[in-house]
Write a protein that binds this ligand. Structure first.
Ligand code: MN
Length: 204
């Protein structure tokens, strides 16, 4: 009896740096071209490169980015989550800002914080008060309730079954070239370049 060789069909995922939906200088003066060149061109790219190198010849090289984030730890988790977090962060901006919160998002915000201004204040306070490097997130629970959470380092709501709506990166590499130690100034400025059309889509 001749046994046919077992053919394993391997589908290897190569992760790539997603294109930005705007030019490198388009978010000036809120985020300078220089910051985008480093933050996107160097840091985000490095997380992509590190991830591809770390998953080589492991079971993770056949998995989607989200699956890797939910099932890995250590260096693979850190780099995978940072790839996802940065794509989510950069995609929420647009030159000069666009749109406003949808009726349903505004209602959910007002239910939790009474007024949009209170929400912004609490979000900024959470982001400003995050010790060290990390991310402030607006997340939606399964029952529709909104919450502001803080995550250190590469932390992401994806591992907690929460739906991310908005995030501010508070690693120093996100603001130091433009704002030095003035993290609150950077946080205040970000609201003017938000693409609410994109954020509304995430909420729905
Ligand atoms: Mn960053």
């Amino acid at each position: 009896m001749i046994t046919a060789p077992l053919i394993i069909n391997k589908r290897i995922m190569i992760h790539e740096l997603p294109k930005l939906p705007y030019e490198l200088n388009a978010l000036e003066p809120i985020i300078s071209q220089k910051t985008i060149e480093f933050h996107y061109g160097k840091h985000h790219q490095a997380y992509v490169n590190n991830l591809n190198n770390l998953i080589k010849n492991t079971a993770f090289e056949q998995e989607t980015l989200e699956h890797i984030i939910k099932t890995s730890e250590g260096g693979i988790f850190n780099n995978a989550a940072q790839v996802w977090n940065h794509t989510f962060y950069f995609n929420q901006f647009v030159p000069k800002g666009k749109g406003s919160p949808s009726q349903s998002l505004l209602e959910a915000i007002e239910k939790q914080w009474d007024m949009m201004d209170n929400f912004k204040k609490e979000f900024n306070a959470a982001a400003a008060g995050l010790f060290g490097s990390g991310w402030a997130w607006l997340v939606k629970h399964k029952d529709g309730k909104l919450e502001i959470i803080k995550e250190s380092n590469a932390g992401t709501p994806l591992t907690k079954g929460l739906k991310p709506i908005l995030t501010f990166d508070v690693w120093e590499h996100a603001y130091y070239l433009d704002y030095q130690n003035r993290r609150p100034d950077y946080l205040n400025a970000l609201w003017s370049i938000l693409n609410w059309d994109e954020i509304n889509k995430r909420f729905n």
